[in-house]
Design a protein around this ligand. Structure first.
Ligand code: DGL
Length: 273
């Protein structure tokens, strides 16, 4: 039986690395008693410049690992994996799949200048999904797609405020501001952790929009029906796993989570490329 008062161990969340913790934190803000398993595919992070077939294979393997860990709802807390692999994941998984996409629709509704900027990985911005979002919702608005190679690596290192991170970000934000962007979409879950620095660089007049709270709300709408039907053992409240070396990622996990966490190795078949 489910532990009284708890939400059970239902939700599995994954990303290429630590970025998806921004989504998991939003889930926890909205539902503090939510138990979860989080997998960071750290061995292969970042996904952003990798071939689509590689990302598809990794996303399938990690989703399978979450299923085996007992997840009844899977959150793809990664725009890149969603952009490349969401259809195949949906076809493969026997459980509800919650996925991310850059918040282009709300940004277009929000802009007053008529110019929206989207920061995301190369693979996300090249995807058919983003082309569809621009086609369907971008009418009358200029949507500027800005790939940000190298930025995920800064976050993976926990380097959120250094001069190097600042210089890199400036290369991406400066051209957007020059073109009159007043609304900036963070289309990568890693970039959410850079919000304070991005705010400093773009100023107060630019709105920064990202999807973690919306995705968390959407996830929680799926939790209740599954939770009431599930017989989920409650062992550990928070399970953090990595395909990398736990000792190498634990400090950054703790930094971004905002509390010390124990990260364990995901073993077995899910580690090989
Ligand atoms: N957090 C992933 C995303 O939202 C990062 C992509 C990457 O690993 O490059 O796209």
């Amino acid at each position: 039986m489910q532990h009284p008062g708890g939400a059970g161990h239902l939700v599995g969340v994954f990303d290429s690395g630590v970025g998806g913790l921004s989504v998991l934190k939003a889930i926890r803000r909205q539902r503090p008693d939510m138990d979860f398993t989080y997998i960071a595919d750290s061995l292969y992070a970042p996904y952003g410049q990798r071939p689509p077939a590689f990302i598809e294979a990794r996303a399938a393997s990690i989703a399978d690992a979450l299923l085996q860990a007992g997840a009844r709802i899977i959150v793809v807390a990664c725009n890149t994996a969603t952009a490349v692999a969401v259809e195949k994941l949906r076809a493969r998984l026997p459980v509800p799949l919650i996925a991310m996409e850059p918040a282009i629709k709300p940004a277009v509704a929000h802009t007053r200048s008529g110019v929206v900027g989207v920061l995301a990985t190369t693979r996300t911005l090249e995807s058919a999904n983003v082309a569809r979002l621009c086609r369907e919702f971008g009418h009358g608005v200029q949507v500027l797609l800005q790939p940000c190679p190298g930025l995920v690596e800064r976050v993976e290192q926990g380097d959120l405020y250094s001069a190097a991170t600042r210089d890199l970000l400036l290369q991406f934000t400066t051209p957007l501001l020059a073109k009159g962007v007043d609304t900036l979409v963070l289309g990568c879950t890693h970039y959410v952790f850079l919000t304070p620095l991005i705010r400093e660089l773009v100023g107060e007049a630019v709105s920064i929009i990202e999807s973690s709270e919306a995705v968390a709300r959407h996830t929680l709408r799926h939790v209740e029906p599954v939770a009431s039907a599930a017989d989920v053992p409650r062992t550990r409240r928070e399970i953090f796993l990595t395909t990398g070396v736990p000792g190498e990622v634990q400090a950054v996990f703790s930094q971004l989570w905002g509390a010390p966490v124990e990260v364990s190795a995901l073993g077995g078949d899910h580690v090989g490329a």
